[in-house]
Design a binder for this molecule. Sequence first.
Ligand code: UDP
Length: 235
Amino acid sequence: MEKRELIYEGKAKRVYTTADPDLVIQYFKDDATAFNAQKRGTITSKGIINNALSETFFRLLAANGVPTHFVERLNDREMLVKRLEIIPVETVVRNVVAGSLAKRLGLEEGKELPSPIVEYYYKSDALGDPMINEWHATVLGMATHAELQRINELTLHVNSVLRPFLAHRNLLLIDMKLEFGRHKGEILLGDEICPDTCRFWDATTRKKLDKDRFRQDLGEVEEAYQEVHRRICIG
Ligand code: UDP
C-alpha cells in the first residue's frame, strides 16, 4: 500500500491517504514537542521506536478484545491503519500521580492511586487541550453518552491489559493518553501508544523512561526510548 496525499501533519506524525478510502498511513517523525509546542526538539529514531512499540501494543490489545485502528506495520516509520472520524476527546488514565495531576491537586509525584482515574481533555491545540467532563463532551456534541461510556470502558480495559504486560518487563505504567474514533459504526482505539503518550518508569529504580526526560531536560532521552523498545519489542 502506497502513500498518496498528505491529509494531516501533527507534532509527531503525518497521515496520508491510500488507494483504499477506508485506510490511511501513519508516518512517525522524530520531532518532539512539549508544553503545547512551546518546546521543540528531535529525538533521534523516536519515530522508528514509536512505530514498533505501537504495533506491539495494538496487537496485544487486539488479542485481548480491544478494537483498534491498526492493520499492519509497513516499514520502519509507517503503519497502515483504518481511517477514523476522530472523536475530539482525549482520555488520560492514571495509576500513579504524575504530571498535571500532581500540579493541579498538589499531590506528591509517585504516589500510587488506590484505583485508576480516567480524565477527559478536549483535543484542541489552539486551546492547549483543556480538561473537560462528560457534560462538556455530550452537551457540546463531541461524543454521545453511549460513545463516552464505551470509551471509558475501553480505556480502563487497555490499562488493565498493559499494566501487567509492562510489569512483566519491569516497567510501571504511570499514566497514558488514548484517542478513539468512529469507523463503520464502531469505536476504535486510534493514534499511537508509546513513550510520547505514556509515562513509563523502571519498576525497580523508578527512573523515568518516557517523554518526561525531554520535557524536563533530564538527559538520556534517546537511551530511554531505546530501553523501552528493548524491553518490549526485543525482550
Ligand atoms: N499526554 C499526551 N499528550 C498530551 C498531554 C498528555 O500524550 O497532549 C500524556 C502524557 O505523556 C502522560 C499523560 O498523557 O502520559 C498524562 O499527562 P498529564 O495530564 O500529566 O500532562 P502533562 O504533565 O504531560 O502536561
